[in-house]
Design a protein around this ligand. Structure first.
Ligand SMILES: [Zn+2]
Ligand SMILES: [Zn+2]
Length: 329
């Protein structure tokens, strides 16, 4: 961490603009390879949308879910949104990657103190695994892995109808409760870039719905938000579709050479509303051009016991979370 003389005032970055901050999406995401064994891509792809906004993608050869993660810088702290699908740093050096990005940012914008919030779009294993790499990181707060800890951290008192703000220091994020895929899911709107991050509730892929009424309400909440706030891009955490309308890659594939862009539009979000009408709560798999809705998840689809895997992760890391909490508290 770069420290500055106490007499020197840190340069305040102006995040409250009357237009969206410019950003670069001219990027080819790493998308696996025919042979995972011979994959030459980095474990984590780092893409600067702009100097205060990073999009990361996990290598598909390291884990087939290949989730996207987001790192947003504010004047007082940065937020890492999601920690990917692999726990161990030797395969997935997330902490090292994030530390390097923060060090580089602090070299440009020195501050006497600067903290990191490790947050999650939702509590599925492919979005939280590398939390443990941050247990011993100084000036770091990790949002706990339960619905109540999520609500408490952001200050929700009327979940899920309420929307709350979370300030990174002049960069005031809007946090929208979007359960339905998973009960503690949040979507995050960044007024600086006008990007809306929608986790696993909306992305170009298979939208797995566990709670149909909650899902439909969350989609309505996102649409009404999008009708109130300007949005440049909607970004989720996976790509599973091909560029052929209605066709997805097979689950657990590790090579996706024909992916559509990560970013989606408000019109595509509104198409989910129309899809909900068409589906009319019928369970099963419903295919649409830009996404596929699974209302109910087929038995054994994610292996024998996906919830058990999360419980096992928590049990394995219980002590680490406890020690971390104590150190922050
Ligand atoms: Zn998920
Ligand atoms: Zn996921």
């Amino acid at each position: 961490m770069t420290l500055i003389d106490s007499g020197q005032k840190p340069q305040a970055i102006h995040f409250a603009l009357d237009h969206p901050a410019s950003g670069n999406l001219a990027v080819e995401w790493i998308h696996g390879s025919i042979s995972s064994k011979h994959n030459q891509d980095p474990d984590i792809q780092v893409h600067a949308y702009n100097e205060h906004t990073y999009i990361l993608r996990q290598n598909m050869a390291v884990h087939a879910e290949a989730p996207f993660m987001y790192l947003l810088f504010g004047n007082d702290r940065a937020m890492l949104l999601d920690t990917g699908a692999t726990e161990f740093a030797e395969f997935f050096p997330l902490r090292k990657t994030v530390d390097q990005l923060i060090d580089r940012w602090l070299a440009q914008y020195p501050r006497p103190v600067y903290s990191l919030v490790v947050a999650h779009t939702h509590l599925h294993l492919d979005h939280i695994e590398a939390d443990s790499q941050f247990f011993d990181r100084p000036d770091t707060e990790i949002v706990g892995l339960s619905l109540s800890e999520t609500q408490e951290f952001y200050g929700f008192t009327h979940w899920p109808e309420e929307r709350v703000e979370f300030d990174l220091g002049g960069r005031v994020l809007q946090v929208i409760a979007t359960p339905g895929h998973e009960e503690a899911e949040v979507s995050i709107y960044d007024p600086y870039t006008q990007i809306l991050v929608t986790g696993d509730i909306f992305y170009p892929g298979r939208l797995y719905v566990r709670d149909w009424p909650a899902f439909t309400e969350s989609i309505d909440r996102l649409i009404s938000f999008a009708e109130t706030y300007p949005i440049t891009h909607i970004m989720g955490c996976h790509i599973e579709m091909t560029r052929t309308p209605g066709r997805d890659y097979k689950i657990r594939t590790t090579y996706q050479p024909d992916e559509p862009p990560l970013q989606m539009t408000v019109a595509q979000l509104k198409a989910v509303r129309d899809a909900i009408e068409t589906i009319n709560a019928r369970s099963g798999v419903h295919v649409f051009n830009d996404f596929i809705i699974y209302n109910g998840i087929p038995e054994g689809y994610f292996g024998d016991d996906p919830d058990g895997a999360l419980v096992a992760y928590l049990a394995r890391n219980q002590e680490g979370y406890r020690r971390h909490k104590k150190q922050v508290g």
